[in-house]
Design a protein around this ligand. Sequence first.
Ligand code: ADP
Ligand code: ADP
Ligand code: ZN
Length: 213
Amino acid sequence: MKIIMLGAPGAGKGTQAKMIAEKYSIPHISTGDIFRSNIKNGTQLGMEAKKYMDQGLLVPDELTVKILLDRVAKEDCAGGYVLDGFPRTIPQAQVLDNALKEIDDKIDFAINVDVPDENIVRRMGGRRACLSCGATYHIEHIPPKKEGVCDACGKELVLRDDDKPETVKNRLDVYHQQTQPLIDFYEKKGILRTVDGTVDMKDVFAAITGILD
Ligand code: ADP
Ligand code: ADP
Ligand code: ZN
């Protein structure tokens, strides 16, 4: 099964994608996580991507597409995957489509996690991320067992640089301009499914598994 997660920054795509990956035993692929791990390791790609990410802008398609196509070509993706944070532009979606067509394949579902902008700004300030394993928490809604420490790997949790309120505003603008058109794009293909992302994460997940099962 090949799944795309759509939704504003902070809508809960990553949270749900991880649960989907576990339940259906498929890899969770987050382009944001790939960039952040490159930044952490000081790679050329990381340094280039950081310039855009810190401003809440999208990393250019030329950089992003290649990384994603290399990743989905790996062996562990043969049985499917869940994409979180890709595609974010129509050209990215077209490149993915064409690459899949070449191997006689396609995306099964695009799951749109719907959360209004007002909720987003509140959520992002409370998000805490583990830059080591990619786990995310929320100080109120989904707290770690021990404050500031990742349940999964024991490393320190941080407020991402791009989760500060000024940058969140830019990211929402970018989302509305460049990513939201994908909702229409996948609707036309007949594979769009929208779920209410404002409810408890377990209820969001129940709605998603209802679609996928
Ligand atoms: P969130 O989960 O909050 O939406 P991500 O971790 O997906 O954030 O992305 C963080 C940042 O990484 C984005 O603001 C953007 O700069 C960059 N990024 C991630 N995925 C893409 C992509 N597919 N295209 C362009 N930029 C991306
Ligand atoms: P995205 O990947 O779309 O940017 P995340 O999955 O990282 O979003 O979630 C953003 C923040 O909201 C995180 O702090 C996360 O713990 C929290 N969160 C995710 N789902 C819910 C939910 N259903 N209700 C409340 N908070 C949530
Ligand atoms: Zn961790």
